[in-house]
Design a protein around this ligand. Structure first.
Ligand SMILES: NC(=O)c1ccc[n+]([C@@H]2O[C@H](COP(=O)([O-])OP(=O)(O)OC[C@H]3O[C@@H](n4cnc5c(N)ncnc54)[C@H](OP(=O)(O)O)[C@@H]3O)[C@@H](O)[C@H]2O)c1
Length: 320
């Protein structure tokens, strides 16, 4: 099958469009024909070798974690899926495998894809959507009326976070640059802060939840604008955030938390319901073919994607 592999860490030049063996499933897995995947920053961080202590040196590595596609085969112990099911999920980015035609995934991490999404729209959801969902619901304990600030509202995680927070009936403030204000307003925010002109950490307004979807601030820089029982949640385990995450665990008052998204089928089903109810949609910036992955990584690495970058397998129609 066709897949994007790397045989060493490095720039986009290490990405190879290769022919590799199709995966075989174990009794608890599904064999999925991947129709679409997406680029997440973790994909190119792994490619660059930033996580090589975790991703190891067992080359070739097939990158990619998000996927939507069709179940071709089910393992003998799998009861809740059958061939022909249209699913979406993500796999551990460190083991990867989604930049390919086929993948074997644990059945207990997948869910049927939303009926009102095509494969490209569905492949945009799992990593970014679950990161936002689990950060806001599990770590933030979001409730109606809570005042929630989303920093990086225009990115892959941020666009889902804004919509999920609105769906939870929170008061949502989105932080983005001037060029993305119209988009963020269209997602239903109560107010936009343009980071080109205003530093939200220096304002007097305080929040119940600050979700730093792009990890550009820290608990310490945001502490003054958190309410007394407020929660700061970051997507990045930075040297600034790790100590505060540890210490605030044992202290009363403001908390610092880190999200590490998990491919939980219950959350995928909850997200599917929000999507099918028309409360959440995928914002897609660009779509590339699998063979154009280098271009897609280069674009993502610039750090200015608006929503998600989706990768489609060549023979699949973009609107299928
Ligand atoms: N821990 C986890 O489980 C987890 C899961 C998913 C992602 N992540 C991490 O979360 C981060 C974000 O992921 P993503 O997929 O959302 O990335 P992304 O889509 O590439 O983010 C790009 C967006 O960030 C915005 N941005 C850049 N600098 C900003 C700033 N100073 N203030 C506010 N917005 C800014 C950009 O807007 P402008 O062009 O207007 O600047 C752009 O729209 C990545 O580092 C990723 O690795 C972690």
């Amino acid at each position: 099958m066709k897949a994007i592999t790397i045989n060493r860490y490095g720039s986009i030049d290490v990405l190879e469009y290769s022919e590799i063996q199709e995966p075989k499933i174990t009794p608890n897995q599904l064999l999925v024909k991947i129709h679409a995947t997406s680029v997440n920053p973790v994909d190119w961080k792994i490619r660059q070798g930033q996580l090589q202590l975790l991703s190891g040196f067992n080359f070739p590595i097939v990158l990619g974690c998000d996927l939507s596609g069709v179940v071709l085969e089910v393992g003998e112990k799998v009861e809740n899926f059958e061939p022909g099911d249209e699913i979406y999920t993500f796999v551990n980015p460190l083991s990867g495998g989604a930049y390919a035609e086929y993948i074997a995934v644990p059945a207990n991490t997948a869910a049927l894809k939303p009926k009102n999404m095509n494969y490209c729209q569905a492949a945009a959801v799992p990593v970014a959507g679950l990161t936002a969902f689990q950060a806001l619901l599990d770590l933030g304990q979001i409730r109606p009326g809570k005042k929630v600030l989303i920093n990086g509202a225009s990115g892959g995680v941020g666009t889902f976070a804004v919509q999920i927070a609105k769906a939870m009936k929170a008061e949502v403030i989105g932080v983005c640059s001037s060029k993305n204000i119209t988009l963020i307003e269209s997602l239903g925010v109560n107010r936009v802060i343009d980071y080109n002109h205003v530093d939200f950490t220096k304002e007097s307004e305080q929040y119940d939840i600050i979700f730093d979807a792009v990890g550009k601030e820290s608990f310490l820089t945001s502490e003054n604008v958190l309410k007394s029982e407020g929660v700061y949640i970051s997507t990045l385990p930075t040297v600034e955030n790790l100590p505060s995450t540890f210490f605030t665990l044992f202290m009363p008052g403001k908390k610092s938390k880190l999200i590490l998204a998990q491919p939980n089928p219950h959350d995928l089903i909850s997200l599917r319901e929000l999507i099918e109810d028309g409360l959440v949609k995928s914002v897609i910036d660009r779509t590339y073919k699998l063979a154009e992955i280098a271009e897609a990584h280069a674009y993502s690495e610039m750090g200015h994607a608006v929503g998600k970058i989706v990768i489609t397998n060549e023979e699949i129609s973009l609107v299928e």
